[in-house]
Design a protein around this ligand. Structure first.
Ligand code: TXA
Ligand code: MG
Length: 313
C-alpha cells in the first residue's frame, strides 16, 4: 500500500494500476498516460471533471518526439534550463496521446520531474505517466505520503513514499499554443523572473473564472475546508484575537502565529511549508484560517496565487 519499492510501483503501473508518486513539487496520482482505461481511473479516484486535462510526465527528452508534433525554440530553451524541474510546457500533441488526457484539447502538458525516485520509476517504464496532484479535486495538494494516505487510501494501489516534496507548490505552466507567443498559465516552482531571464518577456493569463486556456485553473481551487482570509501583515493587530488559525511569515513580533511558513522570511522555505500548513489549519480546532500575503517576487507569486484561490468563493 505504501512503501519505497520502485520496482513494485513499476509493476503495478504496467498492469494499468494507480500509483501515487513523489515529485519535487507535490505528489502526483499516476497511471500509464497511453492507456485510456488507466487514465480514466485517475479521474474516478480524484473525482476530477473531464474538462481538466492531465500533465504527462517523462524522464528523457527522447520521449518528447512521440508525444508532441512541434518543439518551439523558446520551449527548447526553457526545457534545457529547467528540466528536470518544476516546469510544465504545453505543446502540440501527437495522435499517441489519448484525448482523455488533454480533455480534447490539441495541446498536451509535459513535465520532466526532478525527484530521483520518480525518475528511476519512469526509466523502468516504456510509457510516460499521466499524473494530476494526488488530492481530491479542488482540495490542497499533497506534499508528503501521509497527505496522500489521509485522502486517497483505498482508492489507489500503491503510494511510493519519497519523503517531503522540497519545492512544495506545483509546476509553472507555460503554454506554446501559439509557438511564438509563450504564455504563463499558472505560477509555480519556476519564477517569472527565471522564465523571462531565459526567453524574454512572456504574457501571463492566469485564469479567473473558468476560461478554457487552462481549464483546471478555477478561481476556487487548492481550497481548505475552513474559510480562509488573506490579510496584510500590517493589519495583524485588529484581527489577531479572532478564532483564527494564523499562518504567518517572517519574524513573529506578535508571538501569535499558529504556523510560521518561514521565520527567516525565506520564500522557498515558505512554499515548501505552505500546503502542510493549510492541512494543519483544517485539522485544528480553530474556526477559520488567516494567512498573510508574502511579497510578489520569485516563488512568492505562486504562494499568493494559491492563497487567493483557497480564499475564493
Ligand atoms: O507540479 C505539478 O505540475 C504537479 C505534479 C504532480 O507534476 N501536477 C499538477 O497537476 O499540478 P494538476 O492536474 O493538479 O494540474 C495540472 C493543470 C491542469 O489543471 C490544467 O490547468 C493544466 O495543468 N493543463 C494540463 N494540460 C493542459 C493543456 N493541455 N492545456 C492547458 N492547460 C493544461
Ligand atoms: Mg491539482
Amino acid at each position: 500500500m505504501i512503501g519505497t519499492n520502485v520496482h513494485q510501483a513499476a509493476d503495478l503501473l504496467k498492469k494499468g494500476k494507480l500509483v501515487a508518486i513523489p515529485t519535487e513539487t507535490v505528489y502526483g496520482l499516476a497511471a500509464n498516460a497511453l492507456n485510456e482505461t488507466a487514465v480514466l481511473s485517475i479521474f474516478k479516484a480524484k473525482e476530477r471533471p473531464f474538462f481538466d486535462p492531465l500533465i504527462v510526465h517523462i524522464w528523457s527528452l527522447k520521449q518528447l518526439s512521440d508525444l508532441t508534433i512541434s518543439f518551439p525554440e523558446k520551449a527548447q530553451i526553457l526545457a534545457d534550463k529547467y528540466w528536470p524541474g518544476p516546469l510544465t510546457l504545453i505543446l502540440q500533441k501527437s495522435e499517441l496521446v489519448p484525448d482523455l488526457v488533454t480533455s480534447g484539447l490539441p495541446m498536451v502538458g509535459i513535465r520532466m520531474p526532478r525527484h530521483p525516485m520518480t525518475q528511476q520509476l519512469l526509466s523502468l517504464l516504456d510509457f510516460p505517466l499521466a499524473a494530476p496532484s494526488a488530492n481530491p479535486f479542488g482540495y490542497v495538494s499533497p506534499t508528503n505520503a501521509a497527505h496522500v494516505m489521509d485522502q486517497l487510501e483505498g482508492r489507489i494501489d500503491y503510494i511510493l513514499d519519497g519523503g517531503q516534496s522540497p519545492v512544495g507548490v506545483e509546476s509553472t505552466i507555460v503554454s506554446f499554443a501559439e509557438a511564438n507567443r509563450p504564455v504563463v498559465l499558472r505560477y509555480g516552482g519556476i519564477s517569472m523572473e527565471e522564465i523571462e531571464d531565459s526567453i524574454g518577456t512572456v504574457e501571463v493569463e492566469i485564469n479567473s473564472g473558468n476560461r478554457p486556456n487552462a481549464p483546471g485553473q478555477l478561481d476556487k481551487h487548492y481550497a481548505t475546508a475552513k474559510t480562509l482570509e488573506i490579510a496584510e501583515l500590517s493589519d495583524f493587530e485588529g484581527i489577531a484575537d479572532l478564532d483564527n488559525f494564523v499562518i504567518g511569515f517572517g519574524p513573529d513580533s506578535f508571538s501569535a502565529f499558529d504556523f510560521n511558513l518561514s521565520e527567516k522570511s525565506d520564500l522557498n522555505e515558505a512554499a515548501s511549508n505552505l500546503f502542510s500548513a493549510l492541512r494543519l489549519a483544517d485539522a485544528s480546532t480553530k474556526h477559520s484560517i488567516l494567512a498573510f500575503k508574502v511579497s510578489d517576487i520569485g516563488i512568492g507569486r505562486a504562494i499568493n496565487d494559491r492563497l487567493k484561490r483557497a480564499a475564493a468563493g
